[in-house]
Design a protein around this ligand. Structure first.
Ligand SMILES: Nc1nc2c(c(=O)[nH]1)N[C@H]1C(S)=C(S)[C@@H](COP(=O)(O)OP(=O)(O)OC[C@H]3O[C@@H](n4cnc5c(=O)[nH]c(N)nc54)[C@H](O)[C@@H]3O)O[C@H]1N2
Ligand SMILES: Nc1nc2c(c(=O)[nH]1)N[C@H]1C(S)=C(S)[C@@H](COP(=O)(O)OP(=O)(O)OC[C@H]3O[C@@H](n4cnc5c(=O)[nH]c(N)nc54)[C@H](O)[C@@H]3O)O[C@H]1N2
Ligand SMILES: [Mo]
Length: 774
């Protein structure tokens, strides 16, 4: 392919024929095509397996085959016939493997045997499960304190695996649970927990059918939650409003950009439509939402003065909320100039958004990483909650708050207690049921765990899934920290970079995936997961495991636990013989899971319940809480500590269409018109020229931060793109070297992956290639 061909604006609709063609290419490239198609037919069906893609839920009673292009890619990727066996590891030293790309590493296939790193030959060599468990136990038992170990979890782990894992770790003696959630929806959990008493979404799938307006903020569902497009389309068709707030015009959402059914004329003559697309500054959402609230307040005061229809839901506010007055005082104190300047959205657009919001009886607010990966993500989300409370848009059909989760069971893992700061009630329940002293101190989150490794305080790392080395910020520094470990252990399906950033000892423990048949002592087992709507359901693998040496995640955890703790506090081997036994333990401890095994017989699973959606507020005040957060003074000076020089651009790091987090399925980003390459940076053509560069030129991106460390990625091609002035966008994980470990959200420790101040420098041997994407 010539370089010119690498940039082609995408003309088709999201999930149209382009998706089918890309899918077919993916399948035909697989050695297991037919089998995988058969497996696909069982995805998200009763008796089948839960899609290992995203956490989006199923429409209740859906009988049609439901899978999306990216879910199919996830299944196909896991179900590959290619194998990474001991012969493979014998062929390559770890240093040689480290020279390969992330794409190449995972493409090699499924890992077949437990492997142990042998530093003398710089290779992984085959080991036995017993030896692997004994090595882990030796290290764990040899630590001065249990807090010298870090237990990471990625959000694919099932409820059963997660529950056993946290039980083992707490019985061992620590709450060091860094997890992918720390880098993801932590801000949703913190803000909602504080304001509403529940750290999870308050809506269920059905609500989408009853909403008069759905706001999609900082989220790219066309790529990351493709099944969400369907209810959005359906909403527009029945006359509901879909409002997108996103600096990039994401394909899939773009259809919601153009006025479709003009409904009424606004007072000042603009046409109100039932779809609209607003493009804020990175991190400008809080100001935009504040502006909407300020308009509502103005209109409410007008209504009160003229005896018109109330804008606020006074009955709801009086009965269910607390803190309105101090919140409104804060709204009054926020100037329009500040709002417009910071949001990057013109005042009349903020007014239009407010009108659309106020016109809708029931509003659902959905969001993802565009809102959660900023310094001020918690106040931003509390502002979203404030707005919803003004009109009683919580705990009513068709209304609510919907943080759209990422990994297919990331929400369930938290429910099971994978939490460095778990609720007291959970700790009490564990202590009572299992009769051991549960540690109560704040454990390490992801950023803290890296710090502990860097200081040499953490000595053992165990990763239940994921790719810690690539998903985390400040890559070279994080890798150096990981290399200081005495032991690193990765429970994985596929080879990834984390396996190559070894401690003195290192193990790769290969596990069954979601698609694999899992047979234990009492026969084939299913696992459970919780989707973004708090629906819990069973998942049964369908494919014969690729190797007789694979163990399930629960079996691996049980093996580690038994070697380390014997039968304390449970007989681990007995528990994994039948996962129904683990579920009975869960039922004893975790609220909402009583009669767990019986409830799973309900087709489609059961809803966990959500106090806030029942208008029961488990907050400090016992009410839904208005929070008078102050708008940041300046985004840049707040977001970037002691900025040494003025940034050229603010960079967001995001996903392409052909990736699942650090897993790269391919090198295209079809909807953004990029083919065969990932080292690109999208910027506005005026910005590119203003900074003295040309589209197509290769540049280095240099992050600005107030320490001595140089943070640079090199040789990125500048793409002239439709992106607001002052902004840039590039792919994760390649740009993680630019995110300083110390740059994280207030109260969340979430790396600020959507707000990185950068300067551009001409790359050496600058190479001009044509590059313009619509
Ligand atoms: N196929 C596929 N599916 C996935 C994943 C995947 O990698 N591939 N990952 C899974 C995971 S773990 C997660 S968390 C989700 C992630 O799902 P998303 O959050 O959709 O993922 P990102 O690519 O990070 O996209 C962030 C979106 O927010 C916008 N944005 C960035 N900054 C701002 C801002 O300041 N304000 C606003 N309003 N918008 C902003 C970006 O333009 C982009 O559209 O997807 C899950 N599903
Ligand atoms: N710059 C930047 N950084 C980010 C983000 C961003 O937007 N920008 N997003 C953040 C977010 S939202 C998240 S969630 C994290 C993701 O962080 P992680 O969850 O750690 O990363 P993944 O890439 O999802 O993990 C992929 C690996 O999981 C393993 N795996 C796959 N399936 C299974 C399984 O069934 N069992 C087991 N045991 N292992 C399995 C495979 O070996 C694969 O290589 O990254 C975060 N990092
Ligand atoms: Mo995520």
């Amino acid at each position: 392919m010539s370089q010119v061909d690498r940039y082609k604006p995408y003309k088709g609709a999201a999930a149209g024929w382009g998706a089918v063609i890309s899918l077919t290419r993916n399948w035909l490239g697989s050695e297991n095509a037919l089998k995988n198609i058969r497996a696909m037919l069982k995805t998200n069906q009763n008796g089948g397996f839960d899609c290992p893609g995203c956490a989006w839920g199923e429409a209740p009673g859906a009988s049609m085959l439901k899978f999306c292009e990216n879910g199919a890619k996830a299944v196909n990727w896991e179900a590959t016939g290619r194998l990474v066996d001991p012969a493979f590891f014998n062929k390559y030293t770890v240093s040689t493997l480290a020279e390969q790309s992330d794409y190449w590493l995972e493409y090699q296939g499924r890992i077949t045997h437990p492997m142990r790193y042998d530093a003398r030959v710089d290779r992984y060599v085959e080991t036995t499960w017993d030896d692997a468990f004994a090595l882990i136990a030796k290290h764990l038992k040899g630590l001065k304190s249990p807090h010298e170990a870090e237990f990471y979890t990625s959000g694919r782990a099932s409820n059963e695996a997660a529950f056993l894992y946290q039980l083992f770790v707490r019985a061992y003696g620590t709450n060091n649970f860094p997890d992918c959630s720390n880098m993801c929806h932590e801000a949703s959990a913190v803000s909602m927990g504080e304001s509403l008493g529940v750290g999870k979404g308050t809506v269920v799938y059905e609500d989408l059918h009853h909403a008069d307006a759905i706001f999609v903020i900082g989220q790219n569902p066309g790529t990351n939650h493709p099944r969400m497009l369907e209810p959005l389309r359906e909403a527009v068709k029945r006359g509901a409003q879909v409002v997108c707030i996103n600096p990039l015009k994401e394909r899939g959402l773009e259809r919601f950009q153009n006025p479709q059914n003009p409904i009424e004329m606004l007072s000042n003559g603009w046409e109100a439509t039932n779809t609209a697309y607003f493009r804020p500054a990175l991190g400008g959402d809080m100001a935009m939402i504040r502006g909407m609230a300020k308009f509502l307040l103005e209109w409410e005061r007008e209504a009160q003065a003229t005896g018109g229809e109330a804008v606020f839901d006074h009955a709801f506010i009086a009965e269910h909320t607390s803190g309105l007055d101090s919140y409104l005082a804060e709204v009054d104190a926020t100037s329009w100039e500040h709002i417009v300047e910071q949001s990057g959205v013109p005042l009349h657009d903020i007014e239009l958004a407010a009108r659309m919001y106020a016109r809708a009886k029931s509003v659902i607010m959905c969001w993802a990483m565009g809102l959660t990966q900023h310094v001020h993500s918690v106040p931003t989300l509390q502002e979203v909650i404030n707005l919803q409370l003004l009109r009683g848009n919580v705990g009513r059909p068709g209304a609510g708050l919907s943080p759209v989760r990422g990994h297919s069971n990331v929400q369930g893992d938290r429910t099971m207690g994978i939490n460095e700061l778990a609720p007291k009630a959970l700790m009490d329940a564990l202590e009572k049921r299992f009769n051991f002293k549960v540690p109560r101190m704040h454990g390490h989150n992801t950023v803290m765990a890296i710090g502990a490794m860097e200081r040499g305080e953490a000595k053992v790392f165990i990763g239940l899934g994921g790719n810690f080395a690539q998903a985390t910020p400040d890559t070279p520094r994080t890798h150096a920290a990981m290399r200081k470990l005495d032991l690193s252990v990765h429970i994985s399906t596929k080879l990834n970079r984390s396996h190559l950033v070894t401690g003195r000892d290192a193990l790769i423990l290969p596990c069954l995936g979601r698609t694999d048949i899992d047979v234990q002592a009492e026969g084939p087992q299913g696992v459970t997961v919780e989707d973004t709507f708090s629906m819990v359901h069973l998942s049964f693998g369908q494919l014969k495991p690729k190797s007789a040496h694979l163990k399930s995640e629960p079996a691996i955890i049980a093996g580690i636990a038994a070697a380390t703790l014997g039968k304390h506090p449970i007989d681990w081997e007995w528990a994994v013989g039948d996962y129904g036994r683990i579920r009975n333990l869960i039922a004893d401890v975790i609220p909402g899971f009583d009669n767990f095994n019986e409830k799973l017989l309900i087709p489609g699973g059961f809803h966990l319940g959500n106090d806030a959606s029942d208008r029961v507020w488990k907050t400090e005040s016992g009410k839904a809480q208005f929070t008078p957060c102050v708008l940041p003074e300046h985004l840049i000076s707040e977001g970037v500590r002691n900025l040494p020089v003025k940034p050229h651009l603010i960079l967001q790091t995001m996903r392409s269409h052909d990736q699942y987090n650090t897993t790269l399925y391919g090198l295209d980003d079809r909807y953004r018109g990029v083919y065969g390459m990932r080292d690109v940076v999208f910027a506005n053509e005026q910005d590119i020229r203003r900074l003295g560069f040309e589209p197509g030129q290769k540049v280095d991106l240099v992050a600005l931060w107030d320490d001595e460390r140089e943070r640079r990625v090199s040789g990125f091609t500048l793409i002239a793109y439709d992106i607001p002035a002052g902004q840039a966008a590039a792919y994760y994980p390649e740009t993680n070297p630019l995110v300083p470990l110390e740059s994280y959200g207030d109260r969340t420790y979430t790396p600020t992956s959507k707000f990185v101040a950068i300067r551009l420098e001409a790359a050496e041997a600058s190479n001009l290639i044509p590059s313009s994407v619509a």
